[in-house]
Design a protein around this ligand. Structure first.
Ligand code: C2E
Ligand code: CA
Ligand code: CA
Length: 377
């Protein structure tokens, strides 16, 4: 059931954007429509009711909806534009109803009006660049070692996305999180890591892959990740999923269920960026993770103080009680390493041990890549 509040907020959202507001059920059948139906080449909105939305929009967009809806978290939206001229161009926005995840709202607007919505556009351009790189095989992966401080041996490698050379992916990843598309990346990276592990029988070779807190809050995505992993034969504890704290986890219940699901498969689950956000302690309490990574901020001023150090040392002790082996990241100097050793942190990662290096063979897949492969698998 959709509550009045949900309906109102979706309608408000539609009105700030523009012209046609359509409500779809989980099967994509139009159940409500307000505004200008001529945008979908229909004379009146009443003629839209009962039709499948896939019949009404172009082939390219149909493909896109099929590919993208599964990954859209409740409350998140997805936006794209048709490439028609400025006058006739259309912009599509699909939003999953936060109160009723089986329901979607589609907003169609004339592109000339949308051009005025400048602030939204910047994020959309980045999200489009993200999508283009992911779907057209331009995505690459780098690997960086995580070492056992006492033995000096490599414990495992963290896999990091690269969209353009050595450059940080953070800007595109943040835009993809906001636009609800990040799960595509998480899926591709997890699947590729599972494949690499199955092709590398050495039990000492282990990988950590980042997954967004956004994906963790979408149980459907988690099931897809597990299904992808199941297609590959390897000892499950060789794969660690690092949950990044780049976006806040609002639905902690679903996130906790997701962690239970991943752990029940035998996978490692680690809480990344610990201490970077205000909610880290709450996540550690509620999510049954078996790993933790201290945010690199602990090694920089002002956290590199007696107070910051005491906090890191206490959490490292707590980790020992919980059976968690913590990692310290962004270790650049011998002094950074010394601080971690004094705090009782057993694992380290950073330029001191090795920079992320692009691994050209990690994402070997068809040119189309991404979810085309997933959808037809
Ligand atoms: P993160 O998971 O905290 O990754 C560690 C970041 O620190 C990486 O930045 C890495 O290049 C950088 N780094 C490593 N050693 C050092 C060091 O000694 N000093 C300094 N200053 N930096 C160091 P990068 O590659 O730019 O990634 C940024 C963030 O993007 C990641 O932070 C993670 O949150 C996100 N990310 C990267 N790849 C993926 C991915 O495949 N999926 C998802 N969901 N997020 C990803
Ligand atoms: Ca990480
Ligand atoms: Ca981190």
């Amino acid at each position: 059931m959709t509550t009045a509040v949900d309906c109102d907020s979706c309608r408000d959202f539609a009105l700030t954007a523009g012209d046609l507001f359509v409500t779809l059920d989980a099967a994509g059948v139009i159940r409500g429509a307000e505004g200008e139906a001529s945008l979908l080449h229909f004379p009146t909105t009443s003629r839209l009711l009962g039709r499948s939305v896939l019949e009404l929009i172009g082939e390219g967009e149909t493909h896109r909806l099929r590919e993208d809806l599964w990954a859209l978290a409740p409350g998140r939206r997805l936006t794209w534009e048709t490439s028609a001229g400025i006058e006739e161009g259309r912009r599509f926005t699909v939003r999953r109803n936060p109160g009723a995840p089986g329901q979607f709202h589609l907003v169609v607007v004339r592109i000339s009006r949308v051009r005025q919505l400048r602030s939204e556009r910047a994020d959309d351009v980045l999200a489009e660049r993200f999508r283009d790189a992911v779907m057209n095989g331009r995505l690459k992966a780098a690997r960086q070692p995580v070492v056992n401080i006492s033995s000096g041996a490599v414990s495992h490698y963290e896999v990091l996305a690269r969209f353009s050379g050595e450059q940080s992916p953070l800007e595109l990843i943040t835009a993809a999180e906001k636009s609800g598309q990040i799960s595509h990346l998480d899926y591709i990276m997890v699947e590729a890591a599972a494949r690499r592990l199955s092709h590398t029988p050495d039990p000492a070779y282990r990988l950590a892959v980042n997954i967004s807190g956004e994906s963790l809050q979408n149980y459907e995505v988690m099931r897809e990740l597990c299904a992808a992993i199941c297609g590959h034969d390897f000892q499950r504890d060789r794969l660690i999923l690092e949950v990044t704290e780049s976006s806040e986890i609002a639905d902690i219940d679903t996130a906790a269920r997701s962690v239970v699901l991943l752990r029940s498969q035998g996978l490692g689950v680690s809480l990344d960026d610990f201490g970077a956000g205000a909610a880290s302690f709450g996540y550690l309490r509620d999510l049954d993770v078996n790993g933790l990574k201290f945010d690199g901020g602990f090694l920089r001023a002002p956290s590199r103080s007696s107070r910051g150090f005491a906090l890191m040392r206490s959490v490292a002790r707590m980790c020992a009680d919980l059976g968690i082996s913590p990692v310290g990241e962004k270790v650049e100097t011998e002094d950074d390493l010394k601080l971690l050793i004094e705090a009782g942190v057993p694992y380290a990662q950073g330029y001191l041990f090795g920079r992320p290096a692009i691994d050209e063979t990690f994402l070997v897949r068809s040119r189309r890549g991404g979810l085309h492969e997933r959808a037809s698998a």
